[in-house]
Design a protein around this ligand. Sequence first.
Ligand SMILES: [Zn+2]
Length: 479
Amino acid sequence: MRIILAVIILTGAMINVVAQSKKSNPKKDAVIKSVLNHEKELIKLSDEVWSYAETALKEVKSSKVLADYAESQGFRVKRGVANMPTAFIAEYGNGKPIIGIMGEFDALPGISQKAQPTKEALVTGAGGHGCGHNLFGAGSLGAALAIKELIEQGKLKGTVRFYGTPAEEAVGGKIYMARDGLFSDVDVCLDWHPDVEISANMQSSQAMVDFVVEFKGKAAHAAADPWNGRSALDGLTLFLDGVNTLREHVRPSVRMHYVIQSGGDVPNVVPEYAKLWMWVRDSKREGVDEVFARVKDIAKGAGLMAGVEPKVTVQSGDYELLVNQKGAETLQKNIETLGPIVYSEEEIAFAKKIQEVSGGKQVGLDGKIHALKPTKEHPEGGSTDVGDVSWLVPEITALVTTAPANAPWHSWAVVACGGMSIGHKGMVFAAKSLAMTMVDLYENEQLRKDIQAEFENRKGSQVYKAYIPDGPPPVPSRN
Ligand SMILES: [Zn+2]
């Protein structure tokens, strides 16, 4: 009995060795090792960016800490690209193929939060990383660094390029970088996004246009001589009546939302100026254009009715994301090789507490690997400037758990998880899976060709034209 058992064990071990040598790729093992070697530094970078919580185009410290780290690791760093002081490119290697990877680092205003499972601001009124972009930037840089080391050792040929892309939550930094041709020579670009589950992304995002509507009227005493006044606020409220009536006559995939930024100062002065900031979204750019044309007509009509001057100014906008199945399948295989993220009891308790506090079902964290999902006809709500890049170069996106489901996104809950080990684990996973996929892309020319062919096919004859206006990006003046 004992002898037979020994034979079985030996045979099992041998099979295991054979299976491993067939499956394992030394370059993929090397990038995983590299990410682990730099894990502490990547976590430190992510935590620093998390604590700065700088919003769109004000990410001065966040951008610097990432660019400095890239430089210290031997990347050639170009700062302030595309006329944005916080945009940068870190590159290593030479020639083709050029594989790009993007990293964001901007926060959202007003949602500062401590890394704890109950709502409490770290700095009252300050920003917070409610979309996990602190993890996004550091994780992508970790993947780029792992590839840089293989190029340095002569094990991969070509160029790795990290794009430090500011202002995703407003403005759309990537769109300005795209306008300056910074993606024009890239073969394939990768990125990832913090999420509540893990898989390669096969879903598009909404196209959208970001614009302001202003009305100019005539001030007068609201009681003494109102007949001499023309209320800009009347123009604005009539405009909103029109927009909200329009809702019945647009496709269900359309989303319209706005905030009023100015509507007069005091009741006894007829408001001479009113301003509203609005976004129109739909599943595709054509849908957005169609609704936006009607919204512009509504602004004209409202101006006529109130006797005030309307003005519509486009500030920005995103294309819908073009997915790439071949690329996603390649990434998915690597994600599956890595296997699920395992959480400690403390982490699960942390997540459940967040779910309890936010009134969601207490299901904890989802660290398992989800299968590639078929692309839905209409994406779920949300837009990204990665969409614009995806019309210029084939794009592969990983989604990795960094927060629990059943808690609100863009909120304190995501900020809390992004500043502790739940977020860190997701970031490290993302860095590994993206670096492994980059190894595939460098090594397999046919794969790059197939990805490119699918990209051309999906793009078809539609010509990319960004929504952003001419002129420099709206960089806030320093004060
Ligand atoms: Zn985001």
